[in-house]
Each structure stands twice: as structure tokens, then as C-alpha cells.
Design a protein around this ligand. Structure first.
Ligand code: SAM
Length: 236
């Protein structure tokens, strides 16, 4: 459904103007203007700006009619998706390039790897060798205990081979990670991804100094990154 042509014709007629008069005054081709009014052609933005000037109107008012007609045209092709697509378009306008990572995190199912945690001294790259060695040396074992489990990469690798796997670590944060990765339970992917996206796009220049940046900034981590780590850590 196109309304812009009819709207333009109604405006002209209410002002008592002939099509030819408007065409001359606006410097628009007469045939083109007639086709626009009859709904046979969609007007360009520049044509609407000229007409708005002739009619003494805010050009935004007319351009908005044009854009909404175009949206309607698309909605007729995809009637079941229009409303949702408008919301998505709004998100795209709000987030710009960031939308892509938001989309990938929120809607495309990707496993979040245990090893995606950066941990000094983690054995992720050695786990195959560690398991081969232990299984060769202790073929009768039924349980496995990872005393300083850290990321949990080693204990995680042992799960398929043993009846019982114990994760042990001093840090409470690590216990939470083990529960997150290895215990059964409900979780909300969208909620998690939204939080993740927010953290990934936090500008560390806007953050205050914190425990982590004061103690570790410029050592293992770049100063700005350490502020971000401290912020996320405290925020969680
Ligand atoms: C180098 S990391 C372990 C790396 C681990 N194998 C991995 O692949 O991720 C050392 C871990 O030992 C933990 N830890 C240190 N002292 C401990 C203690 N006395 N008891 C239990 N865990 C301890 C630390 O919290 C840290 O997570």
C-alpha cells in the first residue's frame, strides 16, 4: 500500500493548485509528478524536499511518509516477519557494528569453551599427553582427583574415563566455574550473552581505578584492560 502519492495529491488539491503549476514552481518534470501522485512511481527524497518547499511544509513530514511506505512494501512481501524485523532494525541502529557480535552471541548456538578462560599455568594444551600418561601408568584407577584444578581443563578431560572425578581448588571463583560447566542445571543463554556483550563493549577509559588495576595494572595486563577486569570482577 502506497500513501505518499495520494497524500501529495490531496495537499495540492486542498491548496487549489494545478499539477502543471506545482511542477513549474518546484522544477519537477510534469509527467514524473503525475506518476508520483497516481502511485505509479515512488518519489525520491529530493523530489519531496522540493515539493515541501513549494507547499511550505516540513520536508521530514513527507520523507517519513515515503519511508513508511517503503517499510509497508517490504512488510507485504514478508507479512509474518515485519514486526520482529522492525525491532531488529532498531537494535541494529542502536548498536551499529556491535550488533554482529550481539547476534552471534545471542542467537547462534556456540559452545563456550572452558579454555576460553585465560589462566596463567593452565594445562589445556597438555591434557591429551597428561591423560595418556596417567591411563598408561594407572590403568586400574576408577577415580581421578585434580588437586589444583585451575580452569578445570585437566579434570574435565578425565570425565569420560573415570567413575568419579574430583575438582579441587582454593578459589571460590573456580568452584563456581566448575558448577557452571559440569553440573546439570537450567541456564538462560540470552541473559548470559547480553551480560557478556555488555562487558565486551565496556570502554575501560570510562571506568574508575579499582582493586585489580591498582595491584595488577601494567604488570601481567595492560593498565586499561586491568581496569576492565577489575570492573567485571567486582560487578559480577
Ligand atoms: C596453575 S593453576 C592450575 C592449572 C590447572 N591444572 C589448569 O590446567 O587450569 C593453580 C591452581 O591451584 C590453586 N591452588 C593454589 N594453592 C592451592 C591450595 N593450597 N589448595 C587448592 N588449590 C590451590 C589456585 O587457585 C590455581 O587455580
Amino acid at each position: 500500500m502506497h500513501t505518499i502519492g495520494k497524500i501529495l495529491k490531496t495537499i495540492r488539491e486542498e491548496r487549489g493548485l494545478q499539477l502543471r503549476q506545482v511542477a513549474i514552481e518546484s522544477n519537477i518534470d510534469l509527467t514524473l509528478l503525475s506518476r508520483v501522485e497516481n502511485g505509479k512511481r515512488m518519489p525520491s527524497e529530493s523530489l519531496l524536499i522540493k515539493l515541501a518547499e513549494t507547499y511550505g511544509l516540513d520536508s521530514n513530514l513527507l520523507v517519513l511518509q515515503l519511508v513508511s511506505d517503503k517499510i509497508l512494501e517490504i512488510s507485504e512481501q514478508y507479512p509474518d516477519h515485519t514486526i520482529e524485523a522492525l525491532k531488529v532494525a532498531q537494535e541494529k541502529a542502536r548498536l551499529g557494528e556491535r550488533y554482529i557480535s550481539f547476534f552471534m552471541n545471542s542467537f547462534i548456538s556456540r559452545p563456550i569453551g572452558l579454555e576460553s578462560r585465560r589462566y596463567i599455568g593452565n594445562k589445556t594444551k597438555l591434557t591429551d599427553w597428561i591423560m595418556e600418561t596417567i591411563r598408561r601408568e594407572c590403568p586400574e584407577a576408577h577415580s581421578f582427583c585434580d588437586i589444583f584444578a585451575g580452569t578445570g581443563a585437566v579434570a574435565g578431560k578425565a570425565i569420560p574415563y573415570y567413575d568419579q572425578v574430583i575438582f579441587n581448588d582454593l578459589l571460590c571463583a573456580n568452584r563456581v566455574i566448575y558448577q557452571g560447566f559440569f553440573e546439570k542445571g537450567e541456564w538462560n543463554r540470552d541473559k548470559l550473552c547480553t551480560i557478556l556483550d555488555e562487558y565486551n563493549h565496556t570502554d575501560y577509559n570510562s571506568l574508575e581505578d579499582n582493586y585489580f588495576s591498582i595491584n595488577f595494572g601494567g604488570k601481567y595486563f595492560d593498565y586499561g584492560v586491568s581496569k576492565l577486569i577489575g570492573y567485571v570482577r567486582q560487578n559480577i
